[in-house]
Design a protein. Structure first.
Length: 197
């Protein structure tokens, strides 16, 4: 076993012999460079991807996850401190009361947000299709608030995910506040007569 430091081992290499051995193992100098360049190109393609949408979605997911926990703790004050429990996103969702119609409306989009985030973690690139945001666009309170605020829905699916997450996190924040009952009453009173039936 060599007692040389790694940097000394590298300095002690016979570079010509190293080349000769590598070329032989790869079937020649040309094949060595073909495979080496292909590997470097694949790495650079992965590394150089624009990650701004990825970062936006990861950030959105983290913020929603934070407010899911606050909302669950607010709805279940008798439970021990949930932040110490290290609950996963889907466990936090499961703790939410669906008696609230707003929460019920948000749930499919919140589930889809988690699926998109999990897919992203396993693929290292972002592919959000129009089908991926259907549950978010089907959330009536989200669409109504966008319309009431004079906002258009973003045209790119990845942007819709972030926009929906922003709306959902703000609603979860409201539902975890001490005055949440006022908001719930206001939503109940503001519902159109045909929605209350």
């Amino acid at each position: 076993m060599s007692k040389l430091k790694p940097e000394d081992e590298i300095a002690a290499l016979d570079i010509e012999k190293l080349r000769s051995v590598l070329y032989a193992h790869f079937g020649g100098e040309e094949e060595f460079f073909r495979q080496s360049n292909a590997r470097v190109d694949a790495f650079n393609k992965m590394w150089d991807r624009d990650a701004s949408d990825i970062g936006d979605i990861l950030h959105a997911h983290l913020v929603v996850e934070h407010y899911l926990l606050l909302c669950a703790q607010h709805q279940h004050p008798s439970l021990p401190d949930l932040s110490a429990q290290r609950l996963k996103y889907d466990q936090r969702l499961a703790l939410l009361s669906l008696e609230n119609p707003l929460m019920k409306a948000l749930l499919p989009g919140l589930r889809k947000l988690n699926k998109i985030r999990n897919d992203l973690a396993h693929r290292l690139h972002l592919e959000v299709a129009a089908d991926d945001v259907k549950a978010m666009l089907a959330c009536a309170p989200y669409m109504a608030m966008r319309k009431a605020g004079g906002h258009t829905i973003p045209d790119a699916p990845a942007k819709i995910v972030v926009d929906f997450a922003h709306f959902a996190a703000s609603m979860l924040n409201t539902m975890s506040a001490p005055d949440t009952y006022i908001w719930l009453q206001a939503f109940a009173e503001a519902r159109q007569p045909n929605e209350q039936a």
